[in-house]
Design a protein around this ligand. Structure first.
Ligand SMILES: [Zn+2]
Length: 389
């Protein structure tokens, strides 16, 4: 809390100086407002925000000079979670007739933030739409509108406003806009309008050539259309764009190579990736291929060798599974228990992690539910890190 209050200090100091100066200039020379200001300041220093707010609220009269105090107080209330009070202060400020244009626009921005915090998106949207016409506040207003359209899943408007932001020289939001295109592509795909879906995916890749999600969706659409070679190209592009997403394409790629009757090409491709990636899902996929194509001994030999240097839980479970398939033995019950434990651990484990905020989750989200960043959640490698003895 105290760090938020420090934000108020410069404003309070300026207002206090102004208030004290004004009061000292009065004929009777009684510095009433100056005294109040120092009282409020002492409350802030003593970490007594409620008393400080009371004093500053009392000081914040109704003239133009105290608008800064109202703005600071409103922000403080919002940061404390008291959104109703923040809305009341900022609304009252806007209702005044003696504000400068800049003060009115800043109050509108703050009120818009209050409404966003309160979940009143329609009211926030109206305020930010008005501010789009004000050059000094246009960029921030457009950014906030993009946020609102995302929350409302109005992807077309979100894309339009990304373009507008770029046109006025604001922050480029190519990555976000590409994901908005992917959202529209997924919706079209659900309606079985694959041509439209593919158009949106091309649009996404034009905006962001590194959009892995677009290629992942292109691959799935091509598989559905029976065009497995196109699907393989799209899935391989995902690996080229960001190897971190490779675990997402292992299963569909395996299926495409299988349908085309190209097991050796699949093995060759996996071996190429394995030179730089020893994650659990890749190890598991290679073992699965060896088991099908070359038998138990080849798969076990590979796993025994791989797990020595790159231990993974998925690889271990695959090894136990193969041993279990060999039938009844003295260690059968132990292997069953080991398989059950490793399966439980894998089922309960978070498989994805946000590179931005560290949020962990069981399934892939393209927009992090915690920090709201796009494209920051990636598959975790399921690799047990070996430490020096
Ligand atoms: Zn995050």
């Amino acid at each position: 809390m105290i760090e938020l209050l420090w934000l108020l200090l410069p404003v309070a100091a300026a207002s206090g100086w102004w208030a004290a100066r004004r009061e000292l200039a009065r004929p009777n020379g009684v510095p009433v407002r100056g005294t109040e200001y120092f009282k409020g300041l002492n409350y802030l220093i003593d970490d007594k925000p409620d008393q400080a707010i009371e004093v500053f609220t009392r000081m914040a009269g109704v003239d133009r000079g105290t608008a800064e105090i109202h703005l600071a107080l409103g922000n403080l209330f919002r940061r404390r979670g008291e959104v109703d009070r923040a809305i009341h202060i900022h609304s009252s400020l806007i209702a005044r007739t003696n504000l400068t244009a800049d003060q009115r626009h800043r109050a509108m921005l703050e009120l818009g933030e209050d409404y966003l915090r309160a979940g009143l998106f329609d009211r926030a949207e109206r305020l930010f739409q008005e501010l789009v016409d004000q050059p000094d506040h246009r960029a921030i207003a457009i950014s906030r509108l993009i946020y609102i359209f995302q929350q409302e899943k109005d992807w077309r408007q979100a894309i339009d406003y990304c373009d507008r932001l770029q046109q006025i020289g604001g922050e480029a939001k190519n990555k976000e806009a590409a994901h908005f295109c992917c959202e529209l592509a997924e919706a079209a795909s659900l309606r079985r309008e694959d041509a439209e879906a593919n158009q949106w995916l091309l649009n996404a890749l034009q905006r962001d050539a590194n959009c892995t999600r677009a290629n992942l969706l292109r691959g799935r659409l091509a598989m559905r259309a029976g065009d497995h070679r196109v699907a393989i190209a799209a899935f391989k592009a995902v690996e080229q764009q960001d190897r971190g997403y490779f675990p997402e394409v292992i299963a569909p790629l395996s299926q495409c190579f299988s349908v085309l009757g190209l097991p050796d090409e699949w093995l060759s491709y996996l071996r190429t990736i394995q030179q730089q990636d020893h994650g659990g899902r890749l190890t598991d996929a290679l073992a699965e291929w060896l088991l099908k194509q070359e038998g138990e001994d080849a798969a076990m030999e590979f796993l025994n060798r791989e797990l020595q240097d790159y231990p993974t839980l998925l690889g271990l479970r695959r090894l136990v599974e193969i041993k279990l398939q060999r039938g009844v033995g003295a260690e059968y019950a132990d292997l069953r228990a080991l398989h059950s434990i490793s399966t439980q651990m894998l089922n309960n484990a978070a498989r994805y992690c946000c590179a931005s905020c560290g949020f962990v989750v069981k399934s892939l989200h393209w927009c992090c539910p915690s920090c709201q960043e796009w494209n920051t959640i990636k598959p975790m490698p399921d690799l047990v890190i070996k430490t020096a003895a």
